[in-house]
Design a protein around this ligand. Structure first.
Ligand SMILES: *[C@@H]1O[C@H](CO)[C@@H](O)[C@H](O)[C@H]1NC(C)=O
Ligand SMILES: *[C@@H]1O[C@H](CO)[C@@H](O)[C@H](O)[C@H]1NC(C)=O
Length: 283
């Protein structure tokens, strides 16, 4: 008797808990997507095209493009430095002085490498960056190129993933575009990827296979170098295809390299990571 009353109470309690949980999830779903993320159910809202995906509509614009297409055949394997600028610019494309300085430092310090500024939205005019462009164009190894997102991922592990519109599920589509581009560029060509705020003080021509440290346990994705066909590259591609999370800002950038490195050398800590890749700074 006692037990049956208790189990009834428990059942009722469970039922109530269950109802509360369902209620919270429903509220979360309608109120805030980030709330779903908080309760570990971000994947539920990750199944729909976000309103933020408007921010990458420019990638599909059919307008006249004044910059050359990036041809795979022109890229020097293992000897290229990639910068990527994934924002949409309504009229004119422009970069700021710091970004120009980052590109210039890369071109100047690595004369035997090609330095690419890659842009996935069509550029109708370069007038806006004329002052910097003239300076940068004086470096024979500087190249500005358009990346056509429709064709860029063809014959890469991300081909189907991109064509299925997964990037449009992102809440930070421009930032995640930059993430998928950097990993795919390194997979395709090997070389060095750098954020547009990385200024190079010395040549990187003799250094391969490294990434910057974010902290003792995490690796950053702001500067990375993989040689062509390095195992790490395929691990990063696999991670993106299988684990992309449009609702998590850092998951697809630093998260990808951190997880891939862990996989590469077992579930190792940074001191071990440093044995397989040079992870700067060295503590
Ligand atoms: C990108 O490539 C696709 C497929 O070849 C083409 O239809 C589209 O016009 C290209 N976009 C631009 C802006 O060139
Ligand atoms: C790129 O670097 C890797 C690793 O050093 C090497 O195996 C590969 O042959 C290089 N590729 C080219 C085209 O230089």
């Amino acid at each position: 008797m006692y037990f049956s009353v208790m189990s009834k109470i428990n059942r009722l309690r469970n039922k109530r808990l269950y109802l509360v949980l369902v209620f919270v999830i429903i509220m979360c779903y309608f109120m805030m997507d980030s709330c779903m993320d908080e309760i570990g159910m971000g994947w539920v809202t990750n199944l729909k095209v976000t309103k933020e995906s408007e921010k990458i509509k420019c990638y599909d614009l059919k307008v006249e493009n004044v910059i050359q297409n990036l041809e795979s055949s022109e890229v020097a394997i293992n000897r290229s430095i990639f910068f990527v600028e994934t924002s949409c610019h309504n009229e004119e494309f422009s970069i700021n002085p710091r970004q120009a300085c980052a590109i210039e430092s890369a071109a100047k310090m690595n004369p035997n490498f090609e330095v690419y500024l890659l842009i996935p939205s069509p550029v109708t005019s370069l007038e806006g960056m004329k002052a910097y462009f003239q300076k940068l164009a004086s470096y024979p190894n500087f190249k500005i190129r358009y990346i056509n997102m429709t064709t860029f991922f063809v014959k890469t592990p991300l081909e189907h993933w991109y064509q299925s519109g997964n990037l449009k599920y992102s809440y930070w589509p421009q930032s995640h575009a930059s993430d998928i581009l950097r990993y795919t560029l390194l997979w395709k060509f090997g070389g060095i990827y750098m954020d547009l705020d990385v200024v190079i003080m010395r040549s990187l021509e003799q250094v391969t296979n490294f990434a910057g440290a974010e902290s003792l346990n995490d690796v950053a994705a702001g500067i990375m170098s993989f040689s062509h066909n390095h195992k790490i590259s395929s691990l990063t591609m696999n991670d993106l295809v299988n684990n992309f999370r449009g609702y998590d800002w850092g998951w697809n950038g630093p998260g990808v390299i951190t997880r891939s490195l862990r996989k590469y050398c077992g579930d190792c800590k940074m001191w071990k990571l440093r044995m397989t890749l040079i992870v700067l700074p060295q503590y």
